[in-house]
Design a protein around this ligand. Structure first.
Ligand code: ADP
Ligand code: MG
Length: 320
């Protein structure tokens, strides 16, 4: 017997929150939430569609994780502290085992970041998962895309490119969803860089998360700031995992154009470059200077001082 809508909510999505700022959570017409005085509420939403954002057959726990992770990554990019989430779930049938695993993946990540699920919607339809996250940041410390200035140094966190390589392995049927290959794990269980976002407060002049490929996303940051940027190809963080599997050109392509990284791309004024080690410690991940913000509006890749053309752009849902 499939579960009814209200049983689904009661069984899987009604856990007590444990946050005192949730005055009323799941169960009423809407949630009642108490933001802390003096902080701005930061809101973001992202939707995952089966076949478009995750492959058919993706384990439900990974879908639950990913749906929240992509949203938390947006809060990280704002320097925000996550607090609450809402979940809109459309699914073809109410499969108990699927729901239990989906909820496990979702709550595991939520618990890690102290996020309370405070409401949502449950409907039948093709599998589509939408999450909205809410968090806080002192308004004057929020990280934006728009503050980069010529001369600022350009940084990226972690090891971009591994997730895209993992997606290719799954797509090509070379690895399975339960593979322990680092690239596959990176794709299926992205770690939102919340601590890094916090460490960048008051330091980074601009920041964004990398979801559609480093180079394409850098173009967005540059446009928002009204600047250009230079990426020094020899400085790209090519992880040992990538280097051990692919030639140099393929590694660079993954790092520059692969999606689904959920790393942070940010700029620091030159006098803050010495803070990189401290930012790494506070942010609990590595960061690498990969270039510089320039005057003008061109985003260029440079190798040994010469501009190198890189084919292809970031991901766009409505591009042909
Ligand atoms: P309404 O009809 O008033 O929109 P619903 O019956 O859709 O209310 O939802 C009942 C309660 O359950 C609400 O508090 C809603 O936020 C919550 N809820 C529904 N679906 C989910 C879900 N997938 N996850 C978390 N909370 C949910
Ligand atoms: Mg409803």
């Amino acid at each position: 017997m499939p579960l009814g809508e209200f049983e689904v909510i009661a069984r899987f999505f009604s856990r007590a929150s444990g946050r005192s700022d949730v005055l009323l959570g799941v169960g009423d017409d809407a949630a009642l939430l108490q933001p802390p005085a003096g902080q701005a509420v930061v809101a973001a939403t992202d939707t995952l569609v089966e076949g478009r954002h995750f492959l058919p057959g993706t384990p439900p726990a990974a879908i639950g994780h990913q749906a929240l992770a992509v949203n938390l990554s947006d809060l990280a990019a704002m320097g925000a502290e996550p607090a609450w989430a809402l979940l809109s779930l459309a699914m073809p049938q109410s499969d108990e085992r699927w729901l239990a695993e989906f909820a496990r993946g979702l709550y595991e990540l939520a618990d890690k970041h102290g996020v309370a699920l405070v409401g949502g919607d449950t409907v039948s339809g093709p599998l589509v998962v939408t999450i909205e996250v809410l968090g806080f940041v002192p308004p004057q410390l929020a990280l934006k895309r728009s503050g980069a200035r010529p001369g600022d140094l350009l940084f990226v966190s972690g090891s971009p490119g591994e997730a895209a390589a993992g997606l290719d392995l799954l797509r090509q049927g070379i690895e399975r969803f339960d593979s322990q290959d680092t690239r596959v794990r990176r794709f299926l269980s992205a770690k939102p860089r919340i601590a890094l976002g916090r460490a960048l407060r008051g330091r980074a002049t601009a920041a964004m998360d990398v979801s559609d490929g480093l180079l394409g996303d850098l173009g967005k940051l540059a446009r928002s700031s009204g600047v250009g940027a230079r990426v020094d190809l020899e400085r790209l963080p090519i992880s040992s995992v990538l280097a051990s599997h692919y030639d140099q050109e393929t590694c660079e392509r993954y790092v520059l154009q692969g999606g689904d990284d959920y790393e942070l791309l940010f700029t620091l004024p030159p006098q803050c470059a010495s803070l990189a080690a401290q930012i790494e410690a506070e942010g609990a991940c590595s960061v690498r200077c990969i270039g510089e913000v320039t005057a003008g509006d061109r985003v260029e890749c440079v190798r040994n001082g010469s501009v190198v053309a890189i084919a292809g752009k970031g991901y766009d849902h409505f591009a042909g």
